[in-house]
Write a protein that binds this ligand. Structure first.
Ligand code: ASP
Ligand code: MG
Length: 432
C-alpha cells in the first residue's frame, strides 16, 4: 500500500445525527471513492454528553439505567428508519449497550475516570456499527473495525496517551489486509485500549485525533474531516458575524489556533499529520462539493485576522507569602504541581513576587491545586473568564474585541495578542 492511495475520512457527531444525516454520509462516501479509504466516526449527535450524564448519575449512587435506556432506544429509532424492523443491527447494539448495563449493575467504581471510559465509549461503538451496517446495506464493501484493537494507550482514563509503537504495528497488521481485500474499515473515533485491554478514551472531541493516528500509521495521502461548516473560518460563526473561510492554512497556524480554543479541529490532530506531511482537508458534509480548507506544510500566505476563544478560564494570581522572589525554583515547583493536577496552562506572566497563570477550569482541579500550594503561596483566583487569542491582529479587530470587557492579563507577540478578559455589563449613564 502506498500513500498515494489512502484517504482517512472522519465524520463527527453532527454528520450522523439522525437517519437522514447518515444517508447523506453514505452518499458522500459513494460519491468520493470506493476502496482505499478508512472511516472514523464519532458518537451520534450529542450522545457523548448524554452518556456523561449516565456516568454522573451512577457515580452519585443513583440509577443511571433509565437514562441509558433512553440513549439506547433513540439509537433503535434511528435504526428503524434505516433498516426496518428485522436486521442484525439490533443484536449488535444490544451487545454494546449490555456492557454499559453491567457497569451500572455494579456499585460505582472507585475510579470515576475508569468508569467514564467504559460507559461513554458505547456512543462510538454504536454509531460505527450503524454506519457500517448502513454502508453494507447500500452495497459498499466495509468491515467494522474495533479501534481498541489498534489504538493502544496508557491507562490515564479520559485522557489516555497513545503508545505509538504498538499502535503503528497493530494498524499495519490489522488494517492493511482489509484494504488489500478492497474493504473499507469503519472504526470509532475517541476510544482506545490500555495494555490490560480496558477501554480508554482520548479526551473530549478526540475523534479527529483518532483519524490522524490512523493517517499517520498507514501513511495516508490525505485526511478529511467532514464538518457542518464550509471549512476553517477566521472565527467561530456562532460568535461572530463576519467570518470568512480560509482556503489554505499552514500546520503552524492551525495548531496555534486550535490549541487556544478554535473548536474546528482537535488540537492534537495536527502533529501526527505534520510529522508525515499528510494534508488535512476540512470540508462540509452539507455542501460536499465545496472546496473546504486545506491544511499543509507548504503554505506561506498572508493571513487575515483570526480569532479563537477559550471559555471557562480561571486566572490564578500566586504570590509568595514571605516576599521572596518568584524565581526559578518557585516556578519549577509550581509547574510541577500544575502538571500533576493536569491543568492546561494558556497564558502566564510574572513579577518580582507574584505569578499569574490562566488555566482551563475543569472539574475541581483548580481547587485541588490551590490546596496543594496555599501553604507556601497566597492565591487569588478569578473564574468564568475568557481567553481571546488573535493572530495577525489589526487595530480595529482588537478594539471591537475589547468592547465591554475588562482585560485582566494581556500578552503581545509579533503576530499574536492574547488576553484574559471578563465580560462587564454595559454601563448606561443616567440622564441629568
Ligand atoms: N464523541 C466524542 C465527544 O463528543 C468524541 C468526538 O466527538 O470527537 O467528545
Ligand atoms: Mg462528539
Amino acid at each position: 500500500m502506498s500513500r498515494t492511495d489512502l484517504s482517512v475520512f472522519k465524520f463527527g457527531g453532527a454528520s450522523v445525527k439522525n437517519a437522514e444525516a447518515i444517508r447523506n454520509v453514505v452518499s458522500i462516501i459513494k460519491n468520493n471513492q470506493l476502496g482505499n479509504l478508512v472511516i472514523v466516526v464519532s458518537a451520534i449527535g450529542k450522545y457523548t454528553n448524554a452518556l456523561e450524564e449516565v456516568v454522573k448519575t451512577h457515580a452519585r449512587g443513583e440509577d443511571g439505567r433509565s437514562l441509558l435506556q433512553k440513549v439506547q432506544s433513540e439509537h433503535y429509532q434511528i435504526c428503524l428508519e434505516l433498516f426496518g424492523e428485522s436486521h442484525q443491527i439490533y443484536d449488535q447494539l444490544n451487545d454494546i449497550f449490555v456492557e454499559a448495563d453491567w457497569v451500572l449493575d455494579e456499585p460505582p467504581h472507585e475510579s470515576y475516570d475508569y468508569m467514564y471510559d467504559q460507559i461513554v465509549s458505547v456512543g462510538e461503538l454504536a454509531s460505527s456499527r450503524i454506519l457500517n451496517a448502513f454502508l453494507q446495506k447500500n452495497e459498499v464493501g466495509t468491515s467494522w473495525l474495533d479501534a481498541r484493537d489498534i489504538v493502544k494507550t496508557d491507562n490515564l482514563y479520559r485522557e489516555a496517551w497513545v503508545e505509538w509503537e504498538a499502535t503503528d504495528a497493530a494498524a499495519k497488521e490489522k488494517v492493511l489486509p482489509l484494504l488489500e481485500k478492497q474493504l473499507i474499515p469503519v472504526t470509532q473515533g475517541f476510544i482506545g485500549s490500555s495494555s490490560e485491554n480496558f477501554t480508554t478514551t482520548l479526551g473530549r472531541e478526540g475523534s479527529d485525533y483518532t483519524a490522524a493516528i490512523f493517517s499517520y500509521c498507514l501513511d495516508a495521502k490525505e485526511m478529511v474531516i467532514w464538518k457542518d461548516v464550509p471549512g476553517v473560518l477566521t472565527a467561530d460563526p456562532r460568535k461572530f458575524d463576519q467570518v470568512t473561510k480560509l482556503d489554505r492554512l499552514s500546520y503552524r497556524e492551525a495548531i496555534e489556533m486550535t490549541y487556544y480554543g478554535a473548536k474546528v479541529i482537535h488540537p492534537k490532530t495536527i502533529k501526527p499529520l505534520q510529522n508525515k506531511s499528510i494534508p488535512l482537508l476540512v470540508k462540509s458534509f452539507i455542501d460536499s462539493k465545496g472546496s473546504g480548507t486545506r491544511i499543509s506544510g507548504d503554505v506561506e500566505d498572508k493571513y487575515p485576522p483570526m480569532v479563537a476563544i477559550e471559555e471557562d478560564q480561571a486566572l490564578l494570581n500566586i504570590s509568595t507569602r514571605d516576599f521572596s522572589f518568584v524565581a526559578e525554583h518557585h516556578l519549577s515547583q509550581l509547574f510541577k504541581l500544575i502538571a500533576e493536577h493536569r491543568l492546561q496552562v494558556h497564558m502566564m506572566q510574572n513579577t518580582a513576587i507574584s505569578f499569574a497563570v490562566s488555566v482551563s477550569d475543569i472539574d475541581d482541579r483548580v481547587a485541588q491545586l490551590i490546596k496543594a500550594i496555599e501553604k507556601d503561596f497566597l492565591v487569588q483566583v478569578e473564574r468564568g473568564l475568557e481567553l481571546i487569542t488573535i493572530r495577525h491582529y489589526s487595530k480595529e479587530i482588537l478594539k471591537s474585541l475589547q468592547a465591554n470587557k475588562v482585560v485582566l492579563l494581556e500578552v503581545r507577540l509579533r503576530n499574536t495578542i492574547q488576553m484574559v478578559v471578563k465580560n462587564v455589563p454595559l454601563m448606561v449613564r443616567k440622564n441629568g
